[in-house]
Ligand binder design. Structure first.
Ligand code: PA5
Length: 423
């Protein structure tokens, strides 16, 4: 389902030499015997996910059908990026199913929050607040504001339109939700935020947004089965993990995740969190960056081609994106573009990809890894996300890093709380 092309990766080293280390790390991931082993619930989740809760999500979606046109998703980091990435990849940026999904709880921006409040004034809204800790400041601020909006708009009925996804029994959000009578969904103890998109964290907003969550989970299950082998020859996720380590050792300290469709840009944002928060610790790790080509070739292209050689590129190539069109002919041809008349836009984009790959890897001497996926369906999203999960776990274990904590994130919070006067 996913194929990996390392022919332009300039590894100069046989990745098979990592086989022994990969086998140890694979067993550690699957048997929960490695670093951070109390957070590897995601490894077998595609097999073991909570089917009763899954049915409850589908039932809620059915019950509310026709009663809303706007879904407010209130969360930050791992509590929103996966859902947003999936919605944009599968539905595009301007879907025509009459459902708008708006993400709040991910910023302190007064302008943004005020504008969203104004924008949804006359909409029919449901609100899903998502926080594992239940105390994240950005999320708590937005939730208080939008909860008030819901109560003023819907009165008693607000509680039927607000859903909380949080710890199963502990925390401020869980107590608040129980007290208010909101339906609640669970973030399992052994799954951290950035590994949680296959739990209710991702599934509830996705279902409300009309994304096929059954297909998505099937994709994750197929990936689990197909990538459950330590054999490097047969496992493209582990090949990717090893390639990263080889390039890191060669001095490439940044990785640019490249897409060729604007609706995939949030996949890059999700990927940056996954790899950045998992790997960037103990003074180690590769800086995750991203670009959407050809758009960003007109801003970053010069640097990538001729600038300091700090980064390698990982290109997400999608064989078949939905909604193609043919470039029209024009009798007058005043813009001299008739040489492309009759060609599909997908073909033009593909030529941009091929030309850029050649320019960057051959002329620019930048290592390029290409990850090929079939299409932008929910199934492919599920498969791809599991691929990155398991690749990330592997690449961190190969670096002797605990992929499942994020101690560095606390530092800014402590300083900010002091300034905010929080006790
Ligand atoms: O991956 C992570 O753990 C973080 O990105 C968290 O998901 C993020 O900080 C939000 O935390 P919470 O769900 O506790 O509000």
């Amino acid at each position: 389902m996913i194929s990996l092309d390392l022919s332009n990766a300039k590894l100069d080293k046989d990745i098979a030499s990592y086989q022994e280390k990969v086998t140890v790390a694979h067993n550690d991931l699957h048997n929960a015997t490695g670093k951070g082993n109390d957070f590897v619930g995601w490894v077998k989740w595609p097999l073991e996910y909570d089917k009763e809760e899954f049915a409850r999500i589908l039932a809620l979606k059915k019950r509310m059908e026709g009663k809303y046109d706007t879904v407010l998703v209130c969360g930050i980091g791992g509590s929103y990026l996966g859902a947003r990435a999936a919605i944009e990849m599968v539905k595009g940026l301007y879907p025509n199913d009459g459902i708008e999904v708006i993400f709040v709880g991910n910023t302190f921006s007064n302008t943004y929050i005020s504008q969203v409040l104004e924008h949804i004034k006359n909409k029919e809204v449901v609100l899903n607040v998502i926080s594992k800790s239940g105390t994240t400041t950005e999320t708590s601020i937005s939730f208080r504001i939008f909860k008030k909006f819901m109560e003023e708009k819907y009165g008693e009925d607000a509680k039927n339109r607000i859903y909380a996804t949080t710890d199963k029994s502990r925390g401020t959000l869980k107590s608040l939700a129980d007290k208010m009578g909101y339906e609640t969904f669970v973030i399992p103890d052994n799954i951290g935020g950035r590994y949680s998109v296959f739990t209710a964290v991702g599934l509830l907003p996705l279902a409300l947004a009309n994304v096929d969550i059954e297909a998505l989970m099937k994709g994750s299950l197929d990936a689990y089965n197909e990538l459950n082998t330590a054999d490097l020859d047969k496992n493209p996720a582990y090949q990717y993990a090893v390639a990263r380590r080889v390039l890191d050792d060669k001095g490439y300290k940044a990785e640019m995740f490249v897409t060729y469709h604007l609706q995939l840009a949030m996949i890059a944002e999700w990927w940056k969190q996954l790899f950045g928060e998992s790997e960037g610790k103990d003074g180690k790790g590769i800086l995750p960056t991203s670009a959407c080509f050809s758009t960003d070739l007109h801003s970053l292209g010069q640097f990538v081609q001729d600038g300091t050689k700090v980064e390698f590129e990982t290109v997400l190539h999608v064989d078949e994106m939905a909604d193609d069109m043919v470039f029209p002919s024009d009798d007058e041809n005043l813009d001299n573009m008739n040489y492309l008349a009759g060609k599909k836009l997908s073909w033009v984009n593909e030529m941009a990809y091929k030309g850029t790959l050649s320019a960057h890897s051959e002329d620019g001497n930048n290592p390029n890894i290409v990850i090929n996926i079939k299409d932008n369906s929910a199934y492919s999203f599920g498969y791809m996300i599991y691929f990155f999960f398991i690749a990330c776990g592997m690449t961190c274990y190969l670096l002797d890093i605990n992929p499942f904590n994020q101690p560095g994130v606390e530092v800014y919070k402590k300083k900010m709380f002091k300034l905010l006067g929080k006790e």
